[in-house]
Design a protein around this ligand. Structure first.
Ligand code: NAP
Length: 316
């Protein structure tokens, strides 16, 4: 039974997951490249490790969620990386969004050390991570999956098993292809609605109930109308994923014409300086082209009544 866990990567997603593992009662060690993100966990009695190699010593399960393939390369294979601290019999789970080929390479190298490996990326964002409501994918040895399933159950509301290693990473890219196209569709649709002079609040009421509705369209649409681009899923990470989807689809000769268009707009939005804002800031690239800014119209002002007295500031 798994009792001790190391969690590496305490960014937007990892910090919520690590907190939920502590809440669930596991003995937790954490590591993050920028050490200050470990401080809240030190206060909650987690062990803080100095290096990935130090983090993974003597634990049952190693979990990590890092930005991209390069970060996995550094943390797993690099100097003082996970590989230099692991021991036979341990289990490692990579929850990052990376190429399936990266997951396969991890599995192969871990196997040489007698360590079992699952790729287990997630759907959901900052809030779902904090609330343990993620939608988790997993692939690798079935018996190992069954062993870690109770742990994953403390992080998500669903866990889907996809068979051999690399398949969960592949499913994550399939899902993010759909996410990217939904974001592109939302941006194009809202700009068209604004240009057509439609009331955008009513537009969003329809998006909420119609047969093309999705929680992603609703939450991002409402935030765009409020001009709230605070980061749940960074635009630069969406662009990173679009690059992964391109590579993966090309390797399988699978056509992705719409993704190429969305990727171009993601690139433009990053070039305009919005990379660290939420992925919905993709709309800002199209707004520039369209010469409009999408936001709900201000409430109609109370009509001016001629006999009202001026306020102290001298204005009605
Ligand atoms: P994030 O907030 O940017 O966190 C990234 C983490 O990776 C941080 O802990 C960061 O360390 C670490 N990192 C980056 N480069 C590194 C390197 N070279 N060496 C060591 N550590 C490195 O990203 P996130 O939103 O949590 O996303 C993490 C992963 O989950 C990504 O693959 C993303 O695509 C995926 N994902 C994100 C969401 C979402 O909604 N945010 C949803 C599903 C999946 P520092 O703190 O030192 O920078």
């Amino acid at each position: 039974m798994i009792k001790t866990i190391s969690y590496l990567g305490l960014g937007t997603m990892g910090s919520g997951m690590a907190a939920n593992l502590l809440k669930a009662g596991y003995e937790l060690t954490v590591w993050n490249r920028s050490a200050e993100k470990c401080e809240p966990f030190a206060r909650k009695s987690a062990r803080i490790a100095d290096t990935p190699a130090d983090a993974v010593r003597d634990v049952d399960l190693i979990m990590y969620i890092l930005s991209n393939d390069q970060a996995v390369e550094d943390v797993v294979f690099g100097a003082k990386g996970i590989l230099s601290g692991i021991k036979e019999g341990q289990i490692a789970i990579d929850m990052s969004t990376v190429l399936p080929a990266t997951s396969l390479r991890e599995q192969e190298v871990y196997a040489k050390h007698g360590v079992d490996f699952l790729d287990a990326p997630v759907f959901g964002s900052k809030q779902e991570s904090a609330d343990a409501k993620l939608w988790i994918l997993a692939a690798g040895n079935k018996a190992i999956f069954e062993e870690v399933k109770p742990v994953l159950g403390h992080l998500g509301q669903t866990v889907h098993y996809f068979g051999k290693n690399g398949n969960a990473a592949a499913m994550k890219l399939v899902g993010n292809l759909i996410v990217a196209l939904e974001m592109e569709a939302l941006a194009e649709g809202l700009i068209l609605a604004q240009k057509a002079g439609l009331d955008l609040k009513t537009v969003m009421e329809v998006v909420k109930v119609a047969d093309f509705r999705s929680p992603l369209l609703v939450s991002n649409g409402q935030n765009i109308l409020k001009r709230d681009f605070s980061t749940n899923f960074a635009l630069k990470l969406m662009l990173k994923d679009a690059g992964l989807i391109e590579k993966f689809a090309e390797s399988l000769e699978s056509p992705i014409p719409a993704l190429h268009v969305a990727k171009k707009n993601l690139e433009s939005a990053v070039a305009l300086g919005f990379g660290t804002e939420n992925a919905s800031a993709l709309i800002k690239a199209l707004e520039k082209e369209a010469g409009v800014e999408v936001k709900s119209a201000p409430r109609a002002k109370t009509p001016t009544i001629s006999h009202r007295q001026p306020t102290a500031a001298g204005r009605l």
